[in-house]
Design a protein around this ligand. Structure first.
Ligand code: SF4
Length: 273
């Protein structure tokens, strides 16, 4: 897909945490729009996705003044109390354009100068390993979460053909963990997977989080219903997986392999710390 890129000047960069992110003081999105264009992306149903005339995944706004704003807003926020940041809630901070723009990296450098109490980094991109040197300087104030919704590449291709391959994500997550960074393998939203999935994730992340549309889309599955992705399940003959009970079966598999201690469910897996 041809992606339209636009440089914009934002009014603010730190957004107060609310809804599923109410445990955070702020969320931080270096970009608006997302080239990964996942079919199940709940942002498609938010105003930023709904009221733009272009298709989700076909445009990216680059917040050129993000670093300057963050510098100012971090100082202000710290005066008011603990600062806990979720990056990012409505875009992927390591989507392909970041390789060239290095905007997310600049934001990390600013946060190192004036450290938040906690930073949660959410991505599905192997590009995140470029910034290992910076994450190491945050110590236990950062957790890097890698989305791995399935271990089946054909399923990934059906639901998010523009997102990075599963194997590359697993490899990156292992590297981050081996470099001493707190990590998380985030199975969200859970997609059809194999029985070997727990073994594949067992040793590559500090912990696992499991979530699905019904627990995690902020509307009990209604937003996801409007996206029409049930059709993808049907086309693949996998409709039994489009079910709020499916996560229980997968959870049982993971508990058997890993015990309860390292597994979190839905919102708890995205809480600070
Ligand atoms: S990577 Fe995240 S923000 Fe981007 S399209 Fe996929 S779900 Fe949406």
């Amino acid at each position: 897909m041809n992606i339209k890129q636009k440089e914009i000047v934002s009014k603010s960069i730190l957004t107060p945490g609310r809804g599923l992110l109410e445990g955070y003081s702020h969320s931080l999105n270096p970009y608006a729009g997302c080239a990964f264009a996942c079919s199940y992306c709940y942002v498609r149903q938010l105003p930023v996705g709904l009221f733009r005339e272009e298709e989700w995944g076909s445009w990216i706004d680059i917040k050129t003044n993000a670093a300057e704003l963050l510098n100012k807003e971090l100082l202000k926020a710290r005066k008011k109390g603990p600062v806990t940041i979720f990056m990012s809630s409505a875009t992927d901070p390591y989507q392909p354009i970041e390789a060239k723009m290095k905007l997310t990296r600049r934001l990390l450098e600013i946060m190192l100068e004036n450290q938040p109490d906690f930073l949660f980094v959410q991505t599905r991109s192997p590009l995140v390993k470029r910034d290992i040197d910076l994450f190491q300087q945050f110590g236990d104030r950062v957790r890097v979460s890698m989305t791995i919704e399935t271990d089946k590449e054909e399923v990934r291709k059906a639901f998010s053909p523009s997102a990075p391959p599963i194997q590359a994500r697993m490899k990156t997550l292992r590297e981050l963990t081996e470099e001493g960074i707190q990590t998380q393998a985030t199975i969200a939203p859970l997609l059809p997977c194999s029985k070997e999935f727990p073994v594949k994730l067992r040793d590559i992340a500090s912990r696992i989080t499991l979530d699905d549309y019904w627990m995690g889309d902020g509307s009990g599955g209604k937003r996801t219903g409007k996206l029409g992705i049930k059709k993808i399940y049907e086309e693949m003959g996998l409709e039994k997986w489009y079910n709020p009970a499916a996560h229980k079966v997968v959870l049982k598999m993971f508990k058997k392999e890993m015990g309860e201690a390292e597994i979190r469910i839905s919102q708890k897996g995205f809480d600070p710390y």
